[in-house]
Write a protein that binds this ligand. Structure first.
Ligand code: HEM
Ligand code: HEM
Length: 233
């Protein structure tokens, strides 16, 4: 058996990896509790009278409390995520170099590869199409947080959250539209997660770069130097 030369590159800092899994947990909780807030299916057809609701654990009040708590975790971990990007290059790989023509060539290359037209693609630490997808995801997450806290602030119009995000309500066309954006973006994020997990596992199996474990140990294995390797040093 021929042994392959493997270049092992350290890419993701511990901070990024911790953020990734905290983000994963908070989004999972937010999505499940959010679904319930939008359509309280397991209360049953009659639900509980407000007076008796506190005798049961699965009240809307409790589910909303969990949603808002996870919302705080999501928001502060997002700020942490942006903060760490200032310090390590490996934590800035979500920024797409849209101003470089090579970047768009790379996007095209990956699309052609995924639709089975181009049998191979260049080796990347993070391919341009993935960068674009992560960038759009971060934008969606920021809007999700802003719309969430804008709604949260509505119950206290002169409070901190209303001051911070309240301006979004008239901008998006009123309360109803803020709810709708929050709802649509929730599904966009779910779509991202489904494709993301599929792509990560696909990469792991096909490219054999140790993709899944990279979000645990920070390392990936390459058979040749990735074309974007200079972005790490
Ligand atoms: C709610 C679910 C998830 C969300 C929102 C999410 C989000 C993200 C984001 C935003 C990044 C880019 C990080 C950066 O800025 O560099 C990323 C990378 C990554 N995620 Fe997830 N993730 C989720 C679930 C998972 C799961 C379940 C796995 C494991 C199977 C996973 C494995 C990875 C790996 C390996 C990378 C690095 C991929 C690369 O280098 O392109 N993620 N994830
Ligand atoms: C990825 C993150 C999040 C997801 C997937 C999510 C999901 C949802 C969903 C599906 C709904 C129900 C919308 C509807 O159908 O009417 C909802 C409502 C809501 N969410 Fe989120 N959410 C997220 C983040 C946040 C954050 C950060 C906050 C900030 C506190 C927040 C606050 C709210 C509020 C205030 C409501 C309306 C509650 C009500 O009307 O009683 N959400 N969320």
């Amino acid at each position: 058996m021929r042994e392959e030369v493997v270049k092992r590159l350290y890419i993701f800092s511990p901070s990024l990896r911790i953020w990734h899994w905290v983000n994963f947990l908070s989004i999972t909780v937010l999505f499940l509790t959010g679904l319930y807030i939008g359509s309280p299916f397991f209360i049953g057809s009659s639900g509980y009278e407000a007076t008796y609701a506190y005798a049961h654990n699965l009240t809307m009040d409790f589910i909303r409390f969990i949603h808002f708590s996870a919302g705080y975790v999501l928001f502060f971990s997002f700020l942490f995520r942006l903060y760490i990007a200032f310090f390590r290059k490996g934590d800035r790989l979500f920024i797409p170099a849209v101003w470089k023509s090579d970047f768009w060539k790379g996007v095209l290359e990956m699309v052609l590869h995924y639709i089975f037209i181009k049998p191979w693609h260049r080796t990347y630490i993070r391919n341009p199409l993935a960068r674009l997808a992560y960038f759009i995801f971060y934008m969606a997450l920021a809007l999700m947080i802003a719309t969430g806290f804008a709604m949260y602030g509505l119950s206290k119009p002169d409070g901190f959250w209303a001051k911070l995000f309240g301006w979004l309500v008239p901008l998006l066309g009123g309360e109803f539209m803020v709810h709708m954006w929050h709802h649509w973006l929730a599904w966009l994020i779910v779509l991202f997660v489904i494709v993301h997990v599929y792509m990560v596992i696909r990469y792991d199996v096909i490219e054999k770069e140790g993709e899944v474990s990279s979000m645990f140990n920070g390392m990936k294995n390459f058979k040749e130097t990735p074309v974007d390797a200079e972005e790490l040093s």
